[in-house]
Design a protein around this ligand. Sequence first.
Ligand SMILES: [Zn+2]
Length: 134
Amino acid sequence: MSTDLFCEIIAGERPAHVVGADEVAVSFLDTRPVFKGHVLVVPRAHVETLTDLGDVGPFFERVQAMARAVEQGLEAGGTFVAMNNRISQSVAHLHVHVVPRNKKDGLRGFFWPRTTYDSAEEAQAYADLIAKAR
Ligand SMILES: [Zn+2]
């Protein structure tokens, strides 16, 4: 059994501002929010990344409900929903970020720089590699 910060929160061994919990997922405030009200939704079972998650349906129903709750509860204009897998993943227990967004909140586009494809052929080659792996 793996132990990490999120397993400790789920087990009630570490305090957190829990905003929702059931048999599938536990949701709580990120201690270092992008914006106040930034929630992390984590599966109750220890799973490291998206590709390790067996039945995705029930978990993403919780993510969807939390996106609705963050938007309505905070009267936000919208939300940003994201997940890091391995790279930039601070805790090795799957977690989906649900961040409240508002117009002119200062978060422009997002953190990462964007690039372009050199040609339509190069773009198609990337598309083919991904499509073949499905
Ligand atoms: Zn864990």
